[in-house]
Design a protein around this ligand. Structure first.
Ligand code: GLN
Length: 198
């Protein structure tokens, strides 16, 4: 094991959206980020981030390049973290409108759920991560409508769950990579380290 892989080789799906900010955040949290554009690039990874962006665009690319099934297999066996559009891709059921997904997170999610007036906002919310309230950047954010019994809520925006975990799957409806607080990426890096194959 090389020193740089000490905290895990974590891929960032780099098809569309703000993957570069995630790569920086992962590096700051002590992992080795790897940009992923092809299915075969998944093989060497210990974990993966699905970034925010436009879930329909990402989905169309994945379907067109026969990437969806390999990604589904990866996401059902290795740790994965979806933010915003990434959370939509992970959820079992997508509304507004309905669309296919990887369905590895037991959740129903509604796209663009906060309406036009509050398309984007920065709020402080309660979190169970140590260190107090968490800054959360929302951009045309989705909202979880319901969560399965195995899904743990790690942060809320008022009543709404916005950061959740089910086993090896983490999802946020906001953009932790756009804040300077690295606790959320750190939590994922720690999760990857726990599930890592030696
Ligand atoms: N509105 C986007 C979607 O539905 C998600 C927005 C984001 O990732 N910032 O896919």
């Amino acid at each position: 094991m090389t020193e740089s892989s000490g905290r895990g080789r974590i891929g960032v799906l780099a098809i569309q959206g703000d993957y570069a900010a995630h790569a920086d955040a992962l590096a700051e949290a002590g992992a080795t980020p790897i940009l992923v554009r092809k299915p075969e690039e998944l093989r060497e990874l210990d974990g993966l981030i699905l970034p925010g962006g436009e879930s329909t665009t990402i989905l169309r690319f994945l379907e067109k390049h026969n990437f969806l099934e390999e990604l589904r297999q990866f996401c059902s066996s290795r740790p994965v973290f979806g933010t915003c559009a990434g959370a939509i891709l992970l959820s079992r059921e997508v509304r507004n409108p309905q669309q296919p997904s990887l369905a590895v997170l037991d959740a129903r999610i509604e796209r663009n759920a906060y309406g036009r007036q509050i398309d984007s906002s920065i709020v402080n919310g309660e979190t169970t991560l140590p260190g107090g309230a968490l800054e959360m950047v929302f951009i045309r954010a989705p909202r979880f409508l319901s969560l399965g019994a195995d899904v743990e809520v790690l942060a809320r925006r008022e009543q709404d769950p916005v950061l959740v975990r089910q086993g090896k799957v983490m999802a946020a409806t906001f953009h932790p990579e756009l804040s300077s607080d690295r606790r959320v990426h750190q939590a994922f890096v720690d999760l990857v380290a726990r599930f890592r194959k030696d």
